[in-house]
Design a protein around this ligand. Structure first.
Ligand code: NAG
Ligand code: NAG
Length: 540
């Protein structure tokens, strides 16, 4: 740095820029006086675009006061998308900056999945860790929990959380779910001899584990104290990083708002007074989530306020079949689909499945109380954080995310020229491109629905020519453009050309990976295989 700086003085500003750029490319510190920023990514689970008060002021709810404050002191991104509309593919794309067609993760991993995110993929925490960051993760991983696939082996110095979704295992006091699941067995034969659960949608064979680093610390975990555990861990991590004098990356993948919900309401066994509290459950859980986000914000503000970016977003839209325990999509109700049956949120490429509430907060760097309608994606987190940290991603692979620094810091209102939405379970082959966004337009090559609250499921339909909606005038995706119009023709032509280009690019990308989705009983996390539901006998 000192040499570079002397040369800067000698050769003036232009060369200085070039030189510093080169230095940063080789991984050296750019400038000792300008600290690398800290990053906190908070990823909510199954949250709806309309769940945040700031996205629906007319609803006059007051469930998310801390997120409201973050929006008022930061930037609200209104056209921000999850990279896929289910858990594992969305998370894989966020951590690699690549579509599932490249990173191999196109659908969810199971409790007994042997593998996970392909090991040839390079993750964001790996790159930040290598550059001197302290990296920690709290919450849901869902990218493979065995051996080399666990968070600790994919770039995190510390991990506390659930290796997959919070409904993928029984607990002693179940949270609110639909159907309501039974508590774990206390006694009984060895877990793997148990018959398959008779309860639809309820996992009962293996207790839900809580992992710290690579060890199971609770099984089944206590859902009702999980939020507090996450909160203390987050506060501890932020303080520790400060003490170590290192910049940090903290990835908090919340259980909220995924069922089972377990808000501190009511005080008694929650499933007993289930009916009287039903309506309050979702709102209480939102408030609880907001409170956790608030604790993180307050701690970060105390410790290193002007040097910390907090980026809140979601992994996909609400799980509609959970009815009163599912989130609110706001105006993005996918009418074309719902009028034909089926749900239009999680697992679908309708806006409700994809458009996620997003707020970026960085005092002094991100202009306060601003909004951006730039078309952005969770995949952009990868290149954006690297860019803000002065790092360059490995050049041996292609990326799909874009550097959104200008949208975050300088009010830029454009993002992706084209953004592709993969199939995540509603129709066709996993990972296939179903829909494409460009500007205000959205084209569907394939439509499909998820199960709705009323139990209906729509049919998959192929569209050639594609259905094209104008989202500016038709947020509810009700009426596609007339194929005969010049507007339709122009959009269809551009989209089809770009889609071909992307498919060709992927076909010729030598770094494309394939995930191993095989399962085996022995791959399930198990504290004590001699106990019913793998229960840890020694836990406090
Ligand atoms: C987790 O791993 C980190 C890094 O190896 C270590 O410092 C920490 O003590 C571990 N924590 C536990 C509870 O094992
Ligand atoms: C934020 O912006 C809104 C709308 O532009 C305005 O009504 C509000 O007063 C602003 N808040 C602050 C704290 O400046």
């Amino acid at each position: 740095m000192t040499e570079a700086f002397t040369l800067c003085l000698l050769f003036g500003m232009l060369l200085c820029g070039l030189l510093l750029h080169t230095v940063s490319q080789h991984g050296a510190k750019v400038d000792k006086s300008s600290k690398k920023p800290n990053f906190i990514i908070i990823l909510a689970d199954d949250i709806g675009w309309g769940d945040l008060d700031v996205n629906q002021p007319e609803a006059k709810t007051n469930n998310t006061p801390y997120l409201n404050l973050m929006a008022e002191q930061g930037l609200r991104l209104t056209d921000f998308h999850s990279p896929a509309s289910t858990c594992s593919p969305s998370r894989a794309a966020i951590l690699t900056g690549r579509y599932g067609l490249r990173n191999g993760v196109t659908h969810n991993f199971a409790v007994d999945s042997v593998a996970g995110l392909p090991l040839s993929e390079v993750t964001l925490p790996q790159l930040l860790q290598k550059a001197g960051y302290y990296t920690a993760m709290i919450g849901k991983w869902h990218l493979g929990h065995n051996g080399p696939y666990s968070p600790i082996n994919r770039g995190f110095n510390y991990y506390l959380g659930i290796p997959y979704s919070n409904d993928m295992g029984c607990t002693d006091i179940p949270g609110y779910n639909l159907p309501q699941c039974l508590p774990c067995d206390r006694y009984g034969p060895q877990v793997f001899r148990l018959k398959k659960s008779v309860q639809k949608g309820c996992y009962s064979k293996v207790g839900l584990p809580l992992m710290e680093n690579s060890s199971i610390v609770e099984q089944p975990l206590d859902l009702w104290t999980l939020t507090d555990q996450y909160k203390s861990a987050a506060i501890r991590i932020i303080h520790n990083a400060r003490e170590q004098g290192k910049p940090y990356f903290l990835y908090i993948a919340l259980s909220h708002m995924h069922v089972p919900l377990a808000p501190a309401l009511p005080p008694d066994p929650p499933y007993s007074s289930y009916h009287s509290n039903e309506v309050k459950v979702y709102a209480s859980s939102l408030q609880e989530m907001d409170n956790l986000v608030g604790a993180v914000k307050v701690t970060s503000d105390d410790i290193d306020k002007d040097n910390t970016l907090i980026w809140f977003t979601g992994d996909n839209g609400p799980w509609e079949q959970k009815c009163q325990y599912a989130g609110n999509v706001g105006p993005f109700i996918g009418k074309w689909q719902t009028s034909r049956g089926g749900g239009s949120a999680k697992q679908t490429t309708w806006e409700g499945g994809h458009r996620v509430p997003t707020i970026a907060y960085w005092p002094g760097r991100i202009p306060a109380n601003t909004t951006s309608s730039a078309l952005l994606s969770g995949m952009d987190i990868f290149p954006t954080l690297l860019s803000l940290a002065g790092l360059i991603p490995p050049s041996d692979r292609h990326y799909d995310g874009i550097d959104a620094t200008h949208a975050l810091l300088y009010g830029e209102q454009t993002g992706h020229e084209f953004l592709f939405h993969p199939n995540s379970g509603a129709a066709g082959t996993f990972g296939d491109i179903q829909a494409v966004r460009t500007g205000k337009h959205k084209a569907f090559y394939i439509t499909g629905a998820a199960e709705a609250c009323d139990g209906s499921t729509g049919m998959q339909q192929l569209h050639d020519p594609p259905l094209i909606f104008d989202l500016e005038h038709d947020k509810s995706e009700e009426t596609p453009l007339d194929v005969g119009t010049a507007e339709y023709q122009a959009v269809a032509e551009r989209i089809s050309r770009r889609r071909e280009e992307l498919l060709w690019d992927i076909a010729t990308d030598e770094s494309v990976a394939t995930a191993d989705y095989s399962t085996d009983k022995s791959a399930a996390p198990c504290c004590d295989p001699k106990q019913a539901v793998c229960r840890c006998l020694t836990q406090g």
